[in-house]
Design a protein around this ligand. Sequence first.
Ligand code: GDP
Ligand code: MG
Length: 443
Amino acid sequence: MWKGLTDRLSELLGRFRGKGRISQEELDNWLRDVRRALLEADVSLSVCRHLVSQIGERARTPDVLEHPAPLRRLSQILYEELVRILGEKVSPVTWAPRPPTIWLLMGLQGSGKTTTAGKLASLYKKQGRKPLLVPADLKRPAASEQLRQIAEQVGVAFFPPDSQDLSRLCQRALRDAQDQGWDLVIVDSAGRMHSDEALMEELAQLKRLLQPHESLLVLDATTGQDAVRLAESFDSRIGLTGVILTKLDSDARGGAVLSVTFVTGKPVKFIGTGEHLQDIDLFHPDRMAARILGMGDVRGLLERVEQIASPEIEKIERRLEKGTFGLDDLLVQLREMRKIGPLDRLLSLLPGLGGFRSQSLTIDEKSLKRTEAIILSMTPEERRNPEIISGSRKKRIARGSGTTVQQVNELLKHFKMMRDTMKRLAKAKVSDEAIVRLLTGMR
Ligand code: GDP
Ligand code: MG
């Protein structure tokens, strides 16, 4: 999925790969192309406008344009703005203070309502809840039979519809839930090919009868802007608490995901990612943004990106430019890197650096610890100015860090090499790629 948009965006970021400083004109051209890429992915016009103007506003500063490695800044801005458009945070589902919790699923026929009801039951059964699946489609007996089979498959309770009257059906289902201790009632409502007044009236009635804690619209993500319009009309007519996007495993172009929350103000709560009953996930705006940018679906990605942009690293970058990089900086850098995790992960966070991704580099934890111990055994003076470290000082440092003089020598040699290269690079304007090459050579 996303292939079109993802490829296009990383291609666009690639334009600034290895580049130090960007002109206003280059930025404007770039923004225009980003906007076009979004429109081609069926993202709604208002979202395109908003995204591009936010990104432009944040990028059009000397801090970004004149940064020695603007690609990283730009990638980060793009990522953060995507996260914001997608709703920023995970939107938790609502539970009743006293069970049962009632969730009403709505949507057009074929959107994935019945499947999603089963998926939710399966997901929360695993978490110790006792779901009851209730079919509220009285006109199509086949629909209730499908739900019954899914309930059986998942191993959860099913409420057999025993009445043609919606109000009686709801009452009995809720009473059954209370009597039997089913604490999560999931109601699968009737669908139609198109939304019409009769359907809306029926759903509005159902909502009045059930007083659900969640009123969720199930939307087929492959329908793009149509899904967004549908969400608007359901929300204004019935009132939604959230949206579930299905079929994100297929060739959805991104339009629905990127537009629905911004346009309707309603959060996406779950996504369906396949036909099987386990193919459901809570919606994480940060992970989705990472996915759209082709960064992979890395858990906790946001934290890592924040660490990359940590003030410590930025300080180091500035010192790098000035050529005043010391062993203290190396120490900070090593620690930051360890926080971030394996280097290949770090690299995959920088979308312009796709080529490095395959190398799968990891930093050896043991040698990291050793390096850290050696640096910590040095005096502040020695760290700033390693030239003064004589033979007797080396012996003291080796003893203090539980290493050998040879290992201290190795580190010092490596550090000097690194610093010299960095000085040269700083003069030639440091590019992201160069920094990465340096870091990867550092083992
Ligand atoms: P309903 O009419 O809204 O109840 O839709 P169904 O639950 O019967 O689903 C319609 C079709 O979409 C079925 O073939 C499902 O297997 C399929 N479907 C539902 N959710 C997903 C999903 O997340 N991914 C894929 N690929 N197919 C899905
Ligand atoms: Mg159905």
